[in-house]
Design a protein around this ligand. Structure first.
Ligand code: SF4
Length: 351
């Protein structure tokens, strides 16, 4: 991106209310904000000049203070199962990844919220990279726009958004909430709440805040059934232990039909015993939950292994026998390092 664009405001960073306020400062009517939102998210224009129902003079005025920032797609990798991984370059040279997962009835896009991550989960490649910076609102939303442009060619529409890519979404809270608001505009991208899922490693204060502010699906990355193991795998557990986390989940205002998804990465000889399964039942029985079991995707940089199929099935059987809902999630895109916990992107400047 050019220096001049960096000095201007990126229109995709603004919610409708913020856009209305900015335009009011230019003496423009409220409905102009609606027009701009339609151009940005329905027509997905690349520059202000394409907004042809705004007068030429207004477009010139707008161009002086604002711009449309676009993520630059540097690479697309396609896995044998059809999963596609997008490498996007940001204005500062950092790169992030987004993953498009095609299924018969859904087309799910997994998006990133940070460059790197500061949570340091031991089983996650992103977590081993360290943290560079939060993504801005427009950088979060533009992942959806750019990938949808790609999906247009396949004549498919992204049906679900999951905030499970690089970074801890709740650690970039303000931008997350604004990005969700923008994704839901019915004159824009028009995603309904039930098609948006935010996954967190367990930032307890923000879980409560998010539950009070937006109506979306929540996923908790749990991965252990005792504090000692969880703290070893996920440093966040030293701040908010299992009891604190699960109490916060219990207090969330959930609609009658909705349940919290608990993600449980199965790691050989670490958290995959039948005792673990029984403890998981005891922990989650009081909650409205469903459990996604995710057999670990082995990676040369990580010191963990995937349990055998028999062990995974035996673990799930304990959950099912107790009446809990549980699925074993098929690994998608592992051959291109696009599976859960394998995203790397690039931290820092590229030359
Ligand atoms: S699992 Fe999520 S929260 Fe943990 S290090 Fe990886 S990206 Fe960060």
């Amino acid at each position: 991106m050019t220096e001049s664009i960096q000095q201007k405001c990126n229109l995709k960073d603004l919610t409708r209310t913020e856009l209305v306020a900015m335009l009011a400062g230019m003496g423009k009517e409220r409905f102009r904000a609606d027009q701009i939102i339609t151009w940005l998210y329905r027509h997905r224009v690349k520059n202000i000049g394409e907004m042809t129902n705004l007068s030429r003079f207004f477009r010139q005025q707008l161009n002086e203070v604002a711009a449309i920032e676009l993520l630059e797609c540097r690479a697309i990798e396609i896995a044998a199962d059809g999963t596609e991984k997008f490498l996007f370059q940001l204005f500062d040279g950092s790169c992030i990844e987004s993953v498009l997962i095609p299924e018969q009835k859904r087309l799910t896009l997994c998006i990133s919220t940070q460059v790197g991550c500061r949570q340091g989960c031991r089983f996650c490649v992103t977590g081993q990279q360290g943290f560079n910076r939060n993504l801005k609102v427009g950088e979060i939303v533009d992942q959806v726009i750019q990938v949808q442009k790609h999906a247009d060619r396949l004549q498919r529409r992204i049906s679900n958004i999951v905030f499970m890519g690089m970074g801890e979404p709740l650690d970039n809270f303000a931008a997350l909430v604004k990005a969700i608001e923008i994704l839901k505009y019915d004159d824009g991208l028009d995603f309904s709440s039930r098609r948006i899922t935010v996954s967190t490693c367990g930032l307890v204060p923000q879980i409560g805040e998010l539950g009070a502010m937006v109506d979306i699906s929540l996923a908790i990355s749990l991965n252990a059934t005792d504090d000692e193991t969880r703290s070893r795998l996920m440093p966040i557990n030293r701040r908010y232990n299992l009891k604190t986390l699960l109490t916060a989940c219990q207090q969330l205002p959930l609609k009658r039909s909705s349940r919290i998804t608990f993600e449980y990465i199965l790691l050989k000889d670490i958290n995959d015993s039948l005792d673990d399964a029984s403890r998981l039942v005891r922990l989650l029985k009081p909650l409205k939950s469903k459990i996604n079991l995710i057999p670990f995707n082995e990676h040369p940089d990580l010191p963990f292994y995937r349990p055998s199929k028999e062990r995974i099935s035996a673990f799930q059987a304990v959950l099912l026998d107790s009446g809990l809902t549980s699925i074993i999630r098929k690994s998608k895109g592992a051959d291109i390092s696009a599976a859960c916990g394998q995203l790397r992107g690039k931290v820092g400047r590229s030359n």
